[in-house]
Design a protein around this ligand. Structure first.
Ligand SMILES: [Zn+2]
Length: 359
C-alpha cells in the first residue's frame, strides 16, 4: 500500500491591514510573515526550523499580487529562501491588491473596488492575474508554479478554466468549512477531483460533531484542530484509502496579536506545539506517511484514482477538549498581551481561565 501523502500547505501573504477603509492605516508586509517577537521569528522562522528538524517538505502558496503596492517586492527574498530550503513554492492570489494599480485607491468607494473574490472575475481577468504570478516567479528565479490556491478559497468554473488556460494543472481552492460556494459540484471534502482539466486537491474537511440531524463540518487547519484530532484523521484517511491529506495554515497562526500591523505579538505555544507534534508524528511514521509538497504528491497519484469524495468523522471527545483549550488559549493570550503592552488593569485574568490554566 502506497504511503499516504500529507501536504502541509501555507498561504504566505501580506495584509491590506485595514488600509482601504481607514486612511491612517497602511498595508503590512514582512511582519505578517516573519512575526518577530523579541527579535525571533515565531511565524515563518519557527515553521522552517520545525520542518528542517523533522525533515518535512511543505508547500508554500505565495501571493504575488502585493507587488502592485510594495514596489520594492519584499516577497522576493522570502520566496527564494523557501525554494532554497527545499519546499515547494506555488501560487496564491488575492485580487484585492490589484486595486493599488489605481493611484487614487484611497478615494475609491467600496462599491467600485475590485473584489477579492476571484470567482467574481472574468476568465480573461483571472488569466491575467495568474500570469502576473507566473511572470513574477520567473523574475524571482524560482520554478514555474504548478499548483494554485485562490485567496479565501473562493472558486468557480471560471477559475478552473483560467487555470487550465495558463497551464497550471493542480489546485487546492476548496475548503468547504472555510468557504462554501453553494455549488454542489465543488462541495469536495477529500481526494482528487478533475474540474475543467485541472486536478483539485481540497483542504481536508471532516465532520467534527453530529447531534441528531445537525452535523458540523470543519476544514483541517493547525489553528483549528488539536494534534489528537489531526492524528486520528490521518489514520482514518489512511485506512479509508484517501491518498493525500491537505492541511492549511498561515505563518501568522503561530503568534497571538493585538493589532493588524503585528507590532504587539507573542508566540502562540498552543499552535506551535500542534505543528511540532504533527511533524514529529510524520517523521516517526514515515513508513506509512509521506510529508511532501502538493505537486509531488499529485504527480505520484494515478490519474484515475481517488475521485471519491469521502467525509471523515471526528470524535466528540476530541472536539470538546480542543474547543475548551482554544477558548482558554485565546483568553490567556489576550490577557498576556494586555499585560505586556499596557492596559493590563482592564483585563484581569478571569477565574475560569485560571482554573483551566492550572489543569
Ligand atoms: Zn490568502
Amino acid at each position: 500500500m502506497a504511503r499516504t501523502r500529507v501536504c502541509i500547505t501555507i498561504d504566505t501573504e501580506f495584509s491590506i491591514a485595514g488600509a482601504f477603509s481607514d486612511k491612517t492605516k497602511q498595508p503590512v508586509a514582512e511582519p505578517l510573515v516573519w512575526c518577530n517577537v523579541d527579535g525571533r521569528s515565531e511565524g515563518l522562522g519557527f515553521m522552517l526550523d520545525t520542518f528542517r528538524r523533522y525533515d518535512i517538505q511543505a508547500t508554500f502558496f505565495v501571493d504575488t499580487q502585493h507587488r502592485h503596492y510594495f514596489k520594492h517586492d519584499p516577497m522576493r527574498p522570502i520566496a527564494q529562501q523557501l525554494h532554497a530550503a527545499g519546499h515547494e513554492v506555488q501560487l496564491h492570489a488575492h485580487p484585492c491588491w490589484t486595486n493599488f494599480q489605481n493611484s487614487d485607491w484611497r478615494n475609491t468607494p467600496r462599491a467600485e473596488r475590485i473584489s477579492d473574490d476571484i470567482s467574481q472575475h472574468s476568465i480573461e481577468a483571472t488569466v491575467k492575474l495568474i500570469d502576473q504570478g507566473i511572470d513574477t516567479f520567473k523574475e524571482w528565479g524560482i520554478p514555474r508554479p504548478r499548483a494554485f490556491r485562490s485567496g479565501n478559497l473562493h472558486h468557480g468554473d471560471g477559475l478552473y478554466q483560467a487555470l487550465a488556460q495558463t497551464g497550471i494543472t493542480y489546485s487546492s481552492n476548496i475548503g468547504v468549512a472555510i468557504h462554501d460556494s453553494g455549488n454542489p459540484d465543488y462541495r469536495l471534502f477529500s481526494g482528487q477531483h478533475q474540474r475543467h482539466g485541472v486536478k483539485e486537491y481540497p483542504v481536508l474537511s471532516f465532520s467534527d460533531w453530529r447531534i441528531g440531524p445537525k452535523q458540523n463540518i470543519k476544514s483541517l487547519t493547525i489553528a483549528g484542530s488539536s494534534f489528537a484530532e489531526t492524528r486520528r484523521l490521518l489514520e482514518k484517511a489512511r485506512s479509508e484509502g484517501i491518498p493525500l491529506v491537505v492541511v492549511l495554515t498561515h505563518p501568522f497562526e503561530f503568534v497571538q496579536k493585538r493589532d493588524l500591523a503585528f507590532t504587539q505579538t507573542r508566540p502562540d505555544r498552543l499552535t506551535q506545539g500542534r505543528l511540532r507534534k504533527l511533524c514529529e508524528f510524520l517523521q516517526e511514521n514515515s513508513d506509512r506517511f509521506d510529508a511532501c509538497g502538493l505537486a509531488s504528491a499529485a504527480d505520484a497519484i494515478p490519474a484515475a484514482q481517488a475521485s471519491e469524495n469521502k467525509l471523515l468523522k471526528g470524535r466528540l471527545w476530541h472536539t470538546v477538549p480542543r474547543m475548551v483549550a482554544q477558548v482558554a488559549n485565546d483568553r490567556i493570550g489576550k490577557w498576556k498581551l494586555a499585560q505586556q503592552y499596557g492596559k493590563a488593569g482592564r483585563n484581569a485574568l478571569p477565574e475560569d481561565v485560571k482554573t483551566l490554566q492550572g489543569r
